[in-house]
Design a protein around this ligand. Structure first.
Ligand code: MG
Length: 355
């Protein structure tokens, strides 16, 4: 799946928000802390006024960052993969807050159970779920060392704190594989709306610099003055795609003050944006590009640009249009000082119901 599971859409909402809102309906929290990929946090702030904290290398590092972002006595930790919340189960966990250091829901195993091909008594087996409620300070001390724990209750138990288990819920299944999605009755299919973005960019010519447009090298024409390789077409297209997803603009993602992008092949910028937009739940629908230039003449190059964009975007040729026009000798483009490119991109949500 190109989409990260936390960004799968339920209607208009990403899964992480869908899960958080369900918890908010069950309990009155002082604060919701979302631990997430640092690169996604600026975009996540568009969705909710929560406290967003960068994740760490391991689950435990992420948990530590989240716990340090609040001073609450108790914390309820939940995994976005268990996004269908059973309110009764959450209440069973929260109700015991003052009696134990950690409360975790468990479910019984009803099927015949094998361990290394050997039958074991299933009555002895319990499956531990989230959400789990813990005393925050004790949980922080329980996960202090290097030993990795797969959940909070295991860490709390091995640190010697008072842990108890309550009846879990079979509806709180965990989303681990794409095929699991069909089991999630609570998930609403994504909206079928499309989102349009517009991108515009101009660059002046720079004598002697190689000319690259839409990732295609053009002989006999000067290139463009820029911090990067100056591919004005790809820059315009990147902004159209970012605009459709409401992520921001190219300058925010790749500031020209950052030396990593000095002279960079803009194809790499496009690839990074394409990966990001796909990972947060979008698919491209079509691209439409208009190059406004007196030179270079694009008549014989448009097809090459279209093919190159098809490779970069994984869209078929019939979903990509590259058009060229002049400025009728007017303005800076008309005087042949530079090139302007206007782009439109349409996106839709990745539809996990259909794909
Ligand atoms: Mg530019």
């Amino acid at each position: 799946m190109p989409v990260k599971k936390q960004w799968i859409r339920c209607g208009d909402e990403p899964l992480w928000l869908f899960a958080a809102k369900q918890f908010e309906r069950v309990c009155l929290f002082d604060r919701v802390v979302v631990v997430a990929d640092e690169r996604e946090i600026p975009y996540m702030r568009n969705f909710a006024d929560y406290t967003f904290v960068p994740g760490g290398k391991e689950r435990q590092d992420s948990l530590k960052n989240g716990l340090n972002a609040t001073d609450s006595k108790y914390v309820l930790t939940a995994d976005v993969a268990r996004c269908c919340i059973d309110a009764e189960c959450v209440k069973r966990v929260v109700d015991l807050a003052f009696e134990y250091d950690c409360i975790a829901p468990v479910i019984e195993v009803v099927d015949t159970t094998l361990l290394n091909d050997e039958w074991i008594d299933r009555q002895q087996v319990r499956l531990v779920q989230t959400p789990q409620l813990s005393n925050r300070e004790l949980l922080l001390s329980a996960i202090e060392g290097d030993k990795l724990h797969t959940d909070d209750s295991t860490a709390m138990k091995s640190a010697g704190y008072r842990v108890t288990y309550v009846e879990g819920s079979k509806t709180q299944i965990k989303l681990t594989k794409k095929s699991d999605l069909s089991l999630f009755g609570c998930l609403i299919p994504p909206l079928s709306e499309q989102f349009t973005g517009i991108g515009f960019d101009t660059h002046s010519f720079e004598e002697g610099k190689p000319c690259v447009l839409g990732g295609v090298s053009i002989e006999g024409c000067d290139g463009f003055r820029a911090h990067s390789d100056g591919d004005v077409l790809l820059h315009s297209l990147i902004d159209a795609i970012l605009g459709a997803a409401a992520i921001g603009d190219i300058g925010e993602l790749f500031p020209d003050s950052d030396m990593r992008y000095s002279g960079i092949d803009s194809k790499h910028l496009f690839e990074e944006v394409f990966r990001f937009v796909s990972s947060v739940g979008f698919e491209l629908v079509n691209l439409d590009i208009t190059v406004i230039a007196e030179k270079p003449r694009l008549k014989n190059i448009k097809k090459d640009i279209q093919k190159n964009l098809s490779i970069l975007s994984s869209l078929p040729l019939h979903r990509i249009c590259v058009k060229a026009t002049t400025a009728e000798k007017m303005g800076f483009v008309g005087r042949g000082e530079g090139v302007a490119v206007l782009s439109v991109a349409n996106l839709k949500f990745y539809n996990w119901k259909e794909s």
